[in-house]
Ligand binder design. Structure first.
Ligand code: URA
Length: 438
């Protein structure tokens, strides 16, 4: 089969068969199909989409391009969560130990930040000593001992996704529903899980800002995963403002630990409890998502995830004292409070400028090889809809040097939009639930 003929077929809206998909994607992984041909195919898929059969075959090829964990020896249900990415989203650090405390096994493989969104691995690495690059044997062993293990995707898991993702990032073909669905699920289904909750973000700070496409992505992923026997549901959640008050890796880790101790901001605690509740339900440990959420909320309020988090941190090489004393996470040398220069209502706290602001201050990546400074970021003092008087604090900037502080000041002023009129009440954080059978 000739790759250019396969690309042509997709370009014209045709449906690729199993052999055609194997030839071109398998050839790409083996180095026989060059990047330029794969880039052309990805663009054709971006415009023409994929049918359910094609998508299933692509997902198979991606999962089986690497190792698939067998964790069937564990004595409890194995459930994970995945978020499509947002600003200030630190729920993984809260729900993973909490769900383990409530009886689940959570084998979580996470990513790093790219673009305006941050990644769980960077947040965990803000804890002095914490190692996220584990071998699969170490990962299994932490999971068996603690009930939760958190690591980065290794070379062994879904290598085809790794190569495709790098090419998509460089060729503007990331925001394609079938390609996102196959990419996310290839990694998650290789974890050997039985249940999965997807937090699919919608709104200005998400990957796919239009709500119809967000819903389509959620339905595509839940249908695919349930079809493979992994009980999967999705929550469509708002990302029009950062989640919680902290943006920036170390600040977010501190906030997550405070939330685990029952002292987190309400939106963060609510979403973490809802996602944990869904995990309990999908793992068969709660009769309904609502019952799971009530148990998770109570456990969170009682600080029951704390000791599990301390065990996880210690087992993965980190300093467990930070869990009860988050102030041990290194803080930035330059800090300033930005105040309102007029009285009014907070119309918007825009996530995208804040996310890119962290990158500009050295706390995120322009390319995958960049080092991040976990100390920099923002601590917001206001939320959309709140009233402020002139001189009231809007938030703090945390920077590595005076230059970064100046940038951060400009970013925070641009991100917090004040208006003389009270804005309409914001929509609920959880917009919709896509249930386990699509
Ligand atoms: N996250 C992924 O892992 N893959 C995508 O394609 C988009 C977001």
């Amino acid at each position: 089969m000739i790759p250019s003929r396969i690309i042509e077929k997709k370009r014209e809206g045709g449906e690729l068969g199993t052999e055609e998909l194997k030839t071109i994607f398998g050839g790409f992984l083996d180095g026989e199909v060059p990047d330029y041909q794969m880039a052309a195919l990805l663009m054709a898929i971006h415009y023409q989409g994929m049918g359910p059969g094609e998508l299933n075959t692509l997902l198979d090829l991606m999962i089986h391009s690497g190792a698939v964990l067998d964790l069937s020896h564990l004595p409890g249900p194995r459930v994970d969560k995945h978020s499509t990415g947002g600003v200030g989203d630190k729920t993984s650090l809260i729900l993973a130990p909490l769900a383990a405390e409530l009886g689940l096994y959570v084998p979580m493989m996470s990513g790093r930040g790219l673009g305006h969104t941050a990644g769980t691995l960077d947040k965990l690495e803000a804890i002095p000593g914490f190692r996220t690059m584990l071998s699969l044997d170490e990962f299994r062993s932490v999971l068996e001992d603690v009930g939760v293990a958190m690591m980065g995707q290794t070379q062994e898991i879904a290598p085809l996704d790794r190569r495709l993702y790098a090419l998509r990032d460089a060729t503007a073909t990331v925001p394609s529903i079938p390609l996102i669905a196959a990419s996310i699920l290839s990694k998650k289904l290789a974890e050997g899980i039985q249940g999965l909750i997807l937090d699919v973000k919608c709104g200005s700070g998400s990957f796919l800002p239009e709500s119809e496409r967000t819903r389509e992505l959620a339905v595509t992923m839940t249908t695919l995963a349930n079809g493979r026997g992994v009980r999967t549901a999705a929550l469509l959640t708002g990302m029009d403002a950062p989640l919680g008050r902290a943006v920036g890796n170390g600040l977010e880790t501190r906030e997550a630990l405070e939330c685990l101790a029952g002292k987190g901001p309400q939106d963060l605690a609510d979403l973490s409890a809802a996602l944990t509740g869904e995990m309990l339900f999908l793992g068969g440990l709660a009769e309904t998502p609502g019952e799971g959420t009530r148990r998770a909320r109570q456990a969170l309020g009682e600080g029951r995830g704390i000791s599990r988090m301390a065990r996880l941190v210690e087992r993965q090489g980190g300093d467990p004292r930070v869990v009860t004393d988050p102030s041990l996470i290194p803080s930035a040398p330059e800090q300033d409070v930005i105040t309102a220069d007029i009285a009014g209502f907070v119309k918007e706290v825009r996530p995208v400028p804040l996310g890119y602001g962290v990158v500009e201050m050295g706390g995120g990546r322009r390319r995958m090889s960049d080092e991040v400074d976990p100390r920099v970021g923002f601590l917001l003092a206001v939320r959309p809809g709140e009233r402020v008087e002139k001189g009231d604090p809007l938030g703090e900037v945390h920077a590595a040097n005076p230059d970064g502080l100046d940038r951060g000041r400009r970013v925070l002023r641009e991100a917090v939009v004040l208006d003389s009129e009270a804005p309409p009440p914001p929509p609920p954080l959880i917009r919709e639930r896509v249930p386990a059978l699509g």
